[in-house]
Design a protein around this ligand. Structure first.
Ligand SMILES: [Mg+2]
Length: 243
């Protein structure tokens, strides 16, 4: 008879375990200050539209390792400034430094160490599944002690796919020797984490809602809860209520 696989919890990284959005907001302010002197007074809205549009269209390339971080940043700034000229090497370097600062600035959310410690003590296997370049995401995990606090970190670059693709979830579960129905996914993105987990056949998903985001429900979430050990869910619930 085969022994049952371990229970596991897979956590998203940005805005689930760490405060990515507030660090990214500071990056945006810094980039704004750097770029504004180079553009006409009424051009900043257009700049941001092009900058964010490039991010939306091309982030998968850098998140899966098909583009380098340096090339991606350079092409994003060049595209955003195109109607007004080319960025100088000094401006490109300064904007890139702003992005590096974001990775250096993020911090753990309160209670994360306690949650991870409690789950480990209970024998739960732990993983992080995160969209982003491996170099950046792994550096954040190492600096904040997360790499040592979990059993595996899977980036979209490792999987060659970005969440919500099931490949990311399945790579983490394979590394933890755990089956999907023995796993809970915790994340702040409804599409990438919750719906991705359900489509990957994961037992349950917990949605971390940032302030101001709407409550969401999906048939698959509550419908699949009984498949996961109640103790695991209660442990997560107790830790959440205790913070
Ligand atoms: Mg997130």
């Amino acid at each position: 008879m085969t022994a049952p696989s371990s229970m596991a919890v897979l956590f998203d990284l940005d805005d689930t375990l760490i405060n990515y959005s507030s660090a990214a907001a500071k990056e945006r302010e810094s980039v704004h200050r750097l770029v504004r002197p180079h553009l006409p007074a009424d051009a900043m809205d257009g700049f941001w539209e092009r900058y964010e549009g490039h991010l939306a269209r091309h982030h998968v390339e850098v998140d899966t390792g098909r583009a380098t971080v340096a090339d991606y940043r350079e092409s994003r700034l060049r595209h955003a400034l195109e109607p007004w000229g080319k960025p100088s090497p000094a401006l490109a370097a300064a904007v890139a430094l702003c992005a590096d600062m974001t990775a250096a600035r993020v911090e753990l959310h309160a209670g994360v160490n306690e949650v991870l410690g409690s789950l480990r003590e209970a024998g739960v296997r732990l993983g992080i599944i995160t969209n982003g370049p491996g170099s950046i995401q792994n550096a954040k995990c190492a600096r904040l002690g997360l790499a040592a606090a979990v059993d595996t970190v899977v980036t979209s670059q490792d999987a060659g796919r970005t969440k919500p693709d099931a490949a990311v979830f399945h790579m983490a579960l394979d590394r933890l020797a755990t089956s999907p129905d023995r796993c809970v996914v915790v994340g702040d993105s409804w599409e990438n984490d919750v719906l991705g987990a359900i489509r990957a056949g994961v037992g349950a998903a917990v949605h971390i809602r940032r302030p101001g985001t709407p409550a969401r429900t999906a048939d698959g979430v509550l419908g699949q809860l009984p498949r996961v050990d109640r103790e695991l869910l209660e442990l997560l619930e107790v830790r959440r209520g205790g913070n």
